[in-house]
Design a protein around this ligand. Structure first.
Ligand code: HEC
Length: 150
């Protein structure tokens, strides 16, 4: 899929952009984290929950419903970080785990702020900070399938 897409970019455009096809082929420099299929499902499921929480938080802010913001944020707080099985924990790089923890903590902080502040713009600023964890991790890592017996 990906290589087809790259081939379909006209060479002239690549030249305009100052890129060679070699640069593009090596563009994905994210560190792969190899996990089993069931672990991948769990990890990606958590990711989708992160995005759902961000959606609910922004909706709550738009509707000026800070209670809903606080509730939505608390769902992805530290309590959501519990229960990662030890074998999966062992496969996750330390930096990845740290970023994950900091992200869960930031949701707890938003939950607290929303419960005491009536300044929606403050919550938006906190959410913007929180989202930097998402983008930093996405820029650094990708998941891959570790086949049984590897
Ligand atoms: C500690 C690292 C890390 C953090 C923090 C993180 N992600 Fe991810 N996320 C990943 C990785 C790795 C993938 C898989 C990317 C790949 O394999 O191409 C992913 C994938 C996703 C996906 C795709 C899910 C699917 O079903 O394919 C979504 C959506 C997502 N993340 C949302 C978020 C949001 C929103 C946040 C922040 C609130 C967040 N993530 C924080 C590492 C992280």
């Amino acid at each position: 899929m990906k290589s087809k897409l790259i081939k379909s970019i006209p060479a002239t455009l690549l030249l305009t952009l100052g890129l060679s096809s070699t640069t593009l082929a090596n563009a994905d420099e994210r560190t792969p984290i190899l996990v089993e299929p069931a672990e991948l499902d769990a990890l990606l499921g958590e990711m989708r929950s992160f995005l759902e929480a961000v959606q609910s938080i922004t909706e709550g802010i738009a509707k000026d419903n800070m209670e809903a913001v606080s509730q939505a944020a608390s769902v992805m707080g530290m309590r959501a970080a519990q229960g990662v099985p030890a074998p999966l924990m062992a496969k996750l790089p330390l930096e990845f785990k740290k970023l994950g923890m900091v992200t869960h903590q930031a949701f707890d902080e938003i939950s607290l702020s929303a419960s005491i502040s009536d300044e929606p713009i403050e919550i938006v600023a906190e959410l913007s900070e929180l989202l930097l964890n998402c983008t930093a991790c996405h820029a650094s890592y990708r998941f891959g399938i570790q086949h049984q017996g590897n």
